[in-house]
Design a protein around this ligand. Structure first.
Ligand code: FEO
Length: 410
């Protein structure tokens, strides 16, 4: 069922109620969900987000009863996942005069997803505004909440925030507003946060800071209920739930190196952990006392092991450490492999194989993608030659990911 309701002068909610048990991010949404879009019938009519691809045609038919799609001047895409941008497959050919408004990383995705290569795009950056004729839209980039290209849109005159996935709930609701739901939605709101947003909680802090500069009177997300009461309570829940809840964590980093490039990776990992108030001890396995290294590993909450690659293998004494680790009880610890290499980096994979034989929770790119959807975090941490620029950022992403695991009890 598609339905609409007016939120403010010339601002309309258009929602698709999906009351099936919806497969979603390897969850089953037992209570269904909704896909919410918003139409602003200003002098330059603007649509904010669409609905799931499966309901695109139904959406366009419904929208066409409210406005001729050819009148649309802008289509704002806050987030490219097809449960929100999916309506573009049916809409693009009807809304032929509309410029698509999105962040830079979203452009390529939308072009590829919906064959929009010949369409006009307006790339917006953090803090940009857009005059849509009688109303002003302000855009804030919210990368990794929960994918790289995401942004939120704020209508300045009506004080309505359109945050797409953020502040959503997964409930197939017939009552549009949370205060009319007939029950307290807080549990659903928190459940949604834990399932979708919490793995990205570091980025929630930037969101909370951005919201402090905005007078938000209504939150109109793209799943579930619209919030128009207790706005600060809901924003406060995100602030509380994304905060660090654990302290006194320790990381041990052990490496061997040929030309100091793997040492640089180790030192950069250490720097990132220390910036997160995590004690990080670094050992060169060819120089430090092995008993001291193993004692540090036993005390640590996370263990990073790295080596340069020479003749397709680890170098130096590192294998002695790894063999000793096989006989230790390392349950509950996080493990990760890393290294610098010039050609194939086999040593890093050999280390990963060793770590996988321990009882540690060994990080892998596959596991990260499956559990969080993050594609910018890589394990093992593989760096070619001396780490610079993008590679330093890659190391930072991986260390930060582990820091977040350590500092959050959820
Ligand atoms: Fe509701 Fe990230 O899609």
């Amino acid at each position: 069922m598609m339905q609409s309701v007016i939120l403010a002068e010339n601002v309309y909610y258009i929602g698709k109620n999906d009351n099936r048990e919806v497969p979603f991010h390897r969850l089953i949404l037992a209570r269904g969900t909704t896909y919410n879009a918003y139409l602003l019938k200003t002098e330059k009519p603007t649509l904010i987000d669409t609905v799931d691809m499966e309901f695109g045609r139904e959406f366009v038919e419904y929208l066409s009863e409210m406005i001729d799609p050819e009148e649309l001047q802008y289509i704002v895409i806050n987030h490219t996942e097809p449960d929100h941008s999916g309506g573009m497959a049916a809409l693009a050919g009807r809304a032929t005069n509309a410029t698509i408004v999105c962040t830079e990383p979203a452009v390529k995705e939308l072009k590829e997803m919906y064959k929009l290569h010949s369409r006009d795009f307006l790339v917006v950056h953090d803090g940009d505004t857009l005059d849509i004729g009688g109303k002003t839209l302000l855009f804030r980039e919210t990368p990794y909440l929960h994918t790289e290209e995401t942004m939120i849109t704020y209508c300045v005159e009506d004080k309505i925030l359109f945050p797409c996935d953020i502040f959503s709930t997964h409930v197939a609701n017939n009552q549009i507003f949370a205060d009319e739901a007939g029950f307290d939605i807080t549990e659903d709101f928190i459940g949604y946060y834990n399932a979708i947003i919490h793995p990205h909680r570091r980025y929630v802090r930037a969101l909370i800071d951005a919201l402090e500069t905005l007078d938000v009177q209504m939150i109109a997300p793209s799943h579930g209920y619209i919030l128009r009461n207790e706005i600060q309570k809901y924003i406060g829940l995100y602030a509380t739930m994304s905060a660090d809840t654990v302290t006194d964590k320790k990381v041990t980093i052990v490496y061997t190196t040929i030309r100091s490039n793997t040492k640089k990776v180790a030192n950069h990992l250490q720097r990132i952990f220390e910036e997160n108030d995590i004690q990080a001890s670094v050992f060169n396995a060819d120089k430090a006392d092995h008993a001291e290294i193993l004692a540090s590993i036993q005390e640590a909450d996370a263990v990073f092991v790295g080596s340069s690659t020479k003749y397709a293998d680890m170098i130096g004494n590192l294998e002695d450490i790894l063999k000793a680790m096989l006989d230790m009880n390392l349950e509950g610890k996080i493990g990760a492999a890393f290294g610098s290499y010039g050609w194939s980096g086999e040593a890093i994979e050999v280390i990963q194989d060793y770590l996988n034989q321990t009882s540690m929770n060994v990080q892998s790119t596959s596991q990260v993608i499956k559990t969080t959807g993050m594609t910018h975090v890589e394990f093992p941490v593989r760096v070619r030659f001396s780490p610079k620029d993008e590679q330093l950022t890659k190391i930072e992403h991986s260390a930060t990911f582990v820091a977040d695991l350590l500092l959050s009890a959820v």
